[in-house]
Write a protein that binds this ligand. Structure first.
Ligand SMILES: [Zn+2]
Length: 470
C-alpha cells in the first residue's frame, strides 16, 4: 500500500481501519473467545511466560526464571531450594497468580527450549496446575533432570514431541512445534491452533542458515502460514542491532582462529561457554582434537546438558572426559601431570564466584602463569551482578598474567534484519514484541512500521495486560 493511499484512507471515515477491539462495558463484541495473557518477560528481559486462553481452556507457554534476580537472591546459578511463592515475590519467576481462579483451567504447559529463562521456574510452579508438560526430547530430558536435582516430582506427565510435530491438547486447542535455530538444540516456535485463530510464540530464535547442529529453521512451514497467524509473540532482544545475527558457523571459525592461530604451545588452555550450547561445545571438542589436546569438561551443569544431549541422541561426547561433581574437580586437576596436553572447558562464563572457572582461578586449582590462555566463548550479560563478577574474575586472571580472549561468540538471538525477514515471510496480522525492555521494543516497532505495519497492529504490553484476539 502506498503512503498516499494510506493517507487518503485515514481521512475517509468509511475506509478508516478498524480500531483494535477493547472490552468496553455495554458495547463489547461479546465474550472474549481467545486471548493472550502475558505472565512474564513482557517489557522486561527474563522469566519468559505467556498464557493463551481459548474459551475456558488455557495453555501456558514457557515458565522461565529472571536469572539475575534469581542469582542475586540465591547466590547461585544452580537450582536451589526455594519456594515458588518467594520467586514470584522477588520478581524472579512469572507471576502466575495473574491467572487467579482460572488456574484450574490450564490444560498444558508447553516449553520452547532448554534455557533457564524459559524453563527454570518449571520445578517451582508447574505443580500448581493439573496438566502435562510438553517439550522437545532434549528440553524434556533437561526438565526431568531439574526435577531430579530438586528432589521434586512433576504433577503431570513430561511428554516429548519431535520438532515439527503437531499434537492435540483438547477438542479446541492443538499445538505445533515449528523448528527454529537458537543457541541450544531442538528449539521450537510454538503455534497454537484454535477455532478462533492462531497464535505463534517465537521466543527465542535466530535465523541460522548454516547451523552446526540440527536443522535450519522450517522456512517451508513459515511460508505456508503466511498471512494466517493472528498474533505473533516475538523475541526482540536484539531489535536495536542493525545486522543479521551471524551463523553459529562463524563462532566455530572464531574459535579455530583463536585456538589454532595464537601461540599456544605449552600453554594451559581453559574455555568457558554456556553449558546448554551443545553445538559450541561440540565445536570446541573438534578443535581440541585438531590441536591434539584431550578435551575435559569441568562442572555440574556441563555434565547435565551434555548427558541430556547424549541421552536423546543429538550429539556424541563419548570422546570427552567429564568431571561433573564440584568436589571432584580439585583432585582431578591435581593428578594431571601435563596440563598443556589438555583443553579444559569449565562452567562459569559470567564469572559466577561458585562456578568451576572462578574456583580454578581463585583457589589456584590449576596454577596459571604467563601465556596461559582463558577464552570466554560467550557474551557477558550486562546486568550489575554479572558485570561485577566478571570484572573480579578478569582482574584476578590479569594478576596471574593470563592471556584473556573475550566475546569469541555469536548470539543466539535474531537482530533487526532477521526480524525483517521473518515478518516478510510470515506476514502475521498482529505482533506482540517481547523479551526486551522499552528501548528494544520501540526499535522493533519502528522496523515493523517500516515493513508496512500500522501502529495498531503492534501491541507493546506489560505482564498482566491481556490482549483480546477474538
Ligand atoms: Zn534462549
Amino acid at each position: 500500500m502506498s503512503t498516499q493511499f494510506r493517507k487518503h484512507s485515514n481521512t475517509n471515515t468509511q475506509q478508516r481501519p478498524k480500531q483494535p477491539r477493547r472490552q468496553h462495558p455495554g458495547r463489547n463484541n461479546g465474550p472474549t473467545k481467545l486471548e493472550i495473557i502475558p505472565l512474564g518477560g513482557f517489557s522486561e528481559v527474563g522469566r519468559n511466560s505467556v498464557a493463551i486462553r481459548c474459551e475456558d481452556e488455557i495453555v501456558i507457554l514457557d515458565l522461565g526464571l529472571m536469572m539475575d534476580r534469581y542469582i542475586e537472591y540465591t547466590d547461585s546459578d544452580d537450582l536451589v531450594e526455594i519456594s515458588g511463592r518467594k520467586l514470584i515475590e522477588i520478581g524472579a519467576a512469572p507471576d502466575v497468580n495473574i491467572l487467579g481462579k482460572e488456574k484450574k483451567n490450564v490444560v498444558g504447559i508447553l516449553l520452547t527450549h532448554a534455557h533457564l529463562d524459559h524453563i527454570g521456574a518449571v520445578p517451582y510452579l508447574a505443580n500448581r496446575f493439573d496438566c502435562d508438560i510438553h517439550a522437545t526430547p532434549f528440553t524434556t530430558e533437561l526438565v526431568r533432570r531439574m526435577y531430579e536435582d530438586e528432589r521434586r516430582h512433576p504433577r503431570g506427565r513430561l511428554v516429548a514431541h519431535d520438532v515439527n510435530d503437531r499434537f492435540v491438547l483438547t477438542d479446541k486447542i492443538q499445538a505445533e512445534f515449528i523448528s527454529v535455530t537458537h543457541s541450544t538444540p531442538q528449539t521450537v516456535m510454538i503455534l497454537i491452533h484454535t477455532p478462533y485463530g492462531k497464535v505463534l510464540y517465537c521466543n527465542d530464535f535466530k535465523l541460522d542458515n548454516n547451523p552446526t547442529l540440527g536443522p535450519k529453521p522450517n522456512y517451508a512451514r513459515l511460508r505456508e502460514l503466511a498471512g494466517t497467524v493472528d498474533y505473533l509473540i516475538l523475541d526482540t532482544l536484539y531489535a536495536e542491532h542493525p545486522i543479521k545475527t551471524p551463523s553459529e558457523k562463524i563462532a566455530e571459525e572464531m574459535l579455530k582462529d583463536v585456538l589454532l592461530g595464537t601461540q599456544s604451545k605449552g600453554a594451559k588452555i581453559i574455555i568457558t561457554t554456556f553449558s546448554s550450547h551443545i553445538a559450541r561445545l561440540r565445536a570446541i571438542v573438534n578443535v581440541a582434537k585438531m590441536m591434539k589436546r584431550k578435551p575435559v569438561f569441568l562442572g555440574r551443569s556441563l555434565r547435565k546438558y551434555v548427558e541430556a544431549a547424549q541421552d536423546v541422541g543429538i550429539a556424541d561426547f563419548s570422546d570427552v572426559e567429564i568431571v561433573g561433581y564440584g568436589n571432584k574437580v580439585k583432585p582431578y586437576l591435581k593428578r594431571i601431570k601435563n596440563p598443556e596436553r589438555y583443553l579444559f572447558v569449565a562452567t562459569g562464563n559470567q564469572g559466577e564466584p561458585k562456578a568451576t572457572l572462578a574456583r580454578i582461578v581463585n583457589q589456584r586449582l590449576l596454577p596459571l602463569t604467563d601465556n596461559d590462555i582463558v577464552i570466554f566463548s560467550c557474551k557477558m550479560i550486562p546486568v550489575p551482578v554479572t558485570i561485577e563478577n566478571r570484572k573480579r574474575l578478569e582482574n584476578e586472571l590479569q594478576a596471574q598474567h593470563v592471556r584473556i580472549f573475550t566475546d569469541i561468540h555469536v548470539s543466539g538471538h535474531g537482530a533487526r534484519e532477521d526480524h525483517r525477514d521473518l515478518l516478510n515471510t510470515l506476514k502475521p496480522k498482529h505482533i506482540i514484541p517481547t523479551h526486551a525492555e522499552m528501548k528494544g521494543l520501540g526499535a522493533f516497532k519502528e522496523l515493523a512500521l517500516e515493513v508496512g505495519y500500522k501502529p495498531e497492529q503492534i501491541r507493546i504490553v506489560r505482564n498482566g495486560e491481556r490482549v483480546r484476539v477474538k
